[in-house]
Design a binder for this molecule. Sequence first.
Ligand code: NDP
Length: 309
Amino acid sequence: MSIAIIDPGKDVSDWVAALHAHDSALKVEVWPEIAEPEKVEFALCWNHPEGVLPQFPNLKCISSLGAGINHLLNDPSRPPQVPLVRLVDNALKQSMAEYVMAGVLEHFRRFKDYRQLQSRTQWKELPIPDISTLGVGIMGCGEIGRYVAQKLFNFGFSVCGWSRTRKGREKFPVYVGNGELETFLSRTDFLVCLLPLTPETENILNRMRFDQLPAGAYLINVGRGSHLVEADLLSALDCGQLSGALLDVFRQEPLPEQHPFWGHSKIAMTPHIASVTNPDSAAEQIVANYHRALSGEPLLNLVDVECGY
Ligand code: NDP
């Protein structure tokens, strides 16, 4: 019985150590150095190569090494009968909240404008709106989105969320489905995408949706690159409908050197680091799922493959 970590090109020694810290008896192997593939019952994957999972005929569970699972759903060779789980982790949520809060505050408090004034040795006060009048709309009010929304709400922003199904558990309004998307967008000065990538959400950040935001809105995309229609972002920035964008995820990663986003004065970018999984924090749930998979108990953070997240 063993766990295989399949994360090509990465040093995963911190994952091995973190798993052993929770169960020193675990046998953890790192692909491609798998001595006995038929003994692998649990696979931990990030950007695994297509075709690798069928090498393990006795898998009982496949776990993503992050919150996203597109790399697994997109693999046609993934054995469909093996349940998929993903990571839901407090450290991941907190790290995302820090990133989004920083992005919103940086734009709201006009630090970029002040840097430009500084470069011209200009002492000048710039107006800012009252925080309570600023709408921050979180697309995808799931595990991470809800946490981020709550932090921004507590800080004083006028927060709302958008999700697929109604739950009625939040202190702020949550709009639901395509029927309420336009209303959600109309009160959103900062649009934060924290959706999973599914056929329904692909290309959702498009010109029609940007035009439903208040003029001068700001976009933060921390979901996935394929949520965004890149040409539509450029046109919305050029005409002023959007005042700027902070992007952490891209259709092609790393972003090609000649991509127009690099040099755009209204685009700030980071290399998919908004929230990076911390092995010490996430290992406990992985070890728990490993034992649950072996004993046939219900798995934690099971993915609904039909819904795509
Ligand atoms: P969850 O599955 O917990 O939440 C997903 C949310 O999106 C839910 O609220 C869900 O609605 C909503 N949703 C899904 N489909 C639709 C739809 N068609 N219309 C409206 N709402 C929809 O995911 P997490 O919060 O854990 O993670 C979200 C995403 O964040 C990940 O999939 C990943 O892409 C991204 N991410 C990015 C990171 C980065 O560093 N940039 C790091 C970690 C995650 P409902 O509540 O009704 O189910």
